[in-house]
Design a protein around this ligand. Structure first.
Ligand code: SF4
Length: 162
């Protein structure tokens, strides 16, 4: 299995929600898969891996291009009708659904360098503010798999008084 970090030039970021075992193995508790990983191994999602006995995430701040859309493009009903949203979508996923509409970015083996950009939480929030958008949409894959970035961005949202 190819190393996605090297193939795509991704950076490591400390991951949350895992346990350390003997022999530098770790167990990721982020999803029900509970991947048990030896040093150098990546989980099913292929964006969380064991580096020297610590779990890291490879998809922090990695997203398809930020785009402005309308809330009606999302799977919500009667929530802020007619409002613009800022959409972000990450790479990798702990799911592997047949007929995934976003398979080229949700499934790591198909991701190419041209498919993603790098953002900071501050950039995401500032982009929304500059465009006068009051809603961020974590879409295209299961946002849980990059929750470290989602949580950090949410803190920025709170500090800016969205
Ligand atoms: S988030 Fe990834 S590494 Fe963690 S348990 Fe789920 S599939 Fe495994």
């Amino acid at each position: 299995m190819p190393n996605e970090k090297e193939r795509l030039g991704l950076k490591s970021h400390p991951a949350r929600l895992y346990s350390r075992l003997e022999n530098e193995e770790v167990v990721c508790h982020l999803s029900p898969r509970q991947c048990r990983l030896k040093p150098g191994q990546a989980g099913f999602c292929r964006v969380r891996q064991n580096e020297n006995g610590k779990l890291v995430t490879l998809n922090y701040g990695v997203s398809v291009q930020l785009t402005q859309e309308m809330i009606e493009t999302e799977a919500v009903v009667h929530h802020s009708p007619g409002q613009p949203i800022l959409s972000l979508g990450n790479i990798g996923c702990m799911l592997n659904c047949d007929f995934c509409h976003n398979w080229q970015t949700s499934q790591m083996r198909y991701v190419k360098k041209k498919d993603f950009y790098h953002y900071t939480p501050e950039q995401v929030v500032q982009t929304a503010l500059n465009k006068g958008i009051g809603i961020l949409s974590w879409t295209y894959n299961d946002p849980v798999v990059w929750h470290e970035f989602v949580c950090d961005t949410a803190r920025w949202v709170g500090s800016k008084g969205f």
